[in-house]
Structures are given as C-alpha cells and as structure tokens.
Design a protein around this ligand. Structure first.
Ligand SMILES: Cc1cc2nc3c(=O)[nH]c(=O)nc-3n(C[C@H](O)[C@H](O)[C@H](O)COP(=O)(O)O)c2cc1C
Length: 174
C-alpha cells in the first residue's frame, strides 16, 4: 500500500468551520471527478452529483436541512460549496453507490488541502415538494433519493486528530 495514501486516509477529518473564501474551479472539478470514479453496483454509475455554490440556493438548502434537523443553525456549517449526492431509488444499491461517491470526494478533497464534512438529511429534504422542484430545475430525472452531501471549503483552523480506533474493530480469520 502506498503509505502516503494510507496517511491521507488517517488524517482526513470532518470539518465544521470553513473560511468564507470560495474554492477554485480546478479544485472543485478535481473533487467531483474523484466522485465519478467511485465504484458502483454493476458499474451502473447510478449517482448524480450536484455542486452548489450559489449563495441564495445554499441558503435555501440550509433552511431545508435545518427544518428536518429541527435547528436554526446552518447544518452545512456555512461552507462555500455544498455537494449533494442523489441516486435513483430503484438503482441496484442506491445508498452504497452514493456513499462510495461521497467517500471518494472526501478523500480527494483532503488530498488537495480542502476540508469537508458529510452532511445528512438529504433523503428527507428531497422527498418534499420543495426538494422535488429543485431537482426538476436542475434537470435531474424523477425518482431520485438524497443519499448525503458534503460541506466543502478551506478549513478555518485545525480539525484535530482522529479518535483512537475501537478495540476489536478488525479481525483476521485464517
Ligand atoms: C452517514 C454519515 C452522516 C453524517 N452526518 C453528519 C452531519 O449531518 N453533520 C455532521 O456534522 N457530521 C456528520 N457526519 C460526520 C461524522 O460525524 C464524522 O465522520 C464522525 O464524527 C467521525 O469524525 P471524522 O470524520 O473526523 O473521522 C456524518 C458521517 C456519516 C458517515
């Protein structure tokens, strides 16, 4: 195993404080492309990835997510970019496909000095009429289910160290 890659995996952290400065288009494209190379069930490339940088739309998405969460704070931590992942509900393995995409993008982001955090509740957000209108506006097909999203941007501060791994996390049966 490439040790640098292993180190990258170990040092990725969920970031909950972002600089307001927007990431570059090159950085965004690198992260999105990494998402598109995730493994997918039967190689169907079932997920759709939607990056949102528009401030009014980010505000709308934050309000939708906060409503599901029952909070008034921004669940995307005021990151300058949100990356949503949605998958057809009738795909072979919609959650697994979307999750692989999200993890690829988190690692890619970390590898180029960006910070990210998986943000939940997109399933509920995009099952509402408001969510369905957005999907239509974005030219996406009917029948998508929200899998998750990333808050993405430059970290504001040090996100800290990983917790120690639990006892018995792995075993090798020979
Ligand atoms: C399925 C899933 C949902 C998550 N949802 C949220 C979320 O809504 N908000 C949040 O701040 N972090 C969320 N996280 C991030 C976890 O809290 C985080 O990965 C965990 O605390 C471990 O920290 P680390 O990512 O820095 O290793 C989510 C992670 C996963 C895998």
């Amino acid at each position: 195993m490439n040790r640098e890659f292993l180190e990258l995996i170990k040092t990725r952290r969920s970031c909950r404080k972002y600089k307001p400065e927007q990431i570059t288009d090159e950085e965004l494209q690198a992260v999105l492309e990494a998402g598109t190379y995730a493994p997918t069930s039967r190689g169907m490339q079932s997920p759709y990835i939607v990056a949102v940088q528009n401030p009014a739309l980010r505000e709308q998405l934050a309000a939708m997510n906060a409503r599901v969460m029952g909070t008034t704070s921004n669940p995307y931590y005021d990151a300058p970019t949100y990356v949503l992942v949605l998958t057809p509900a009738d795909a072979n393995n919609p959650i697994q496909d979307g999750s692989c995409v999200l993890e690829n993008m988190m690692l890619a982001a970390h590898s180029i000095g960006l910070a990210s955090c998986w943000i939940h509740r997109e399933r509920e957000m995009f099952s509402t009429p408001e969510g369905k209108v957005l999907l239509k506006e974005w030219g996406l097909p009917d029948g998508l289910v929200g899998i998750g999203a990333l808050a993405l941007g430059y970290p504001d501060g040090d996100p800290g160290q990983a917790k120690p791994r639990k006892e018995g996390y792995t075993r090798v049966i020979r």
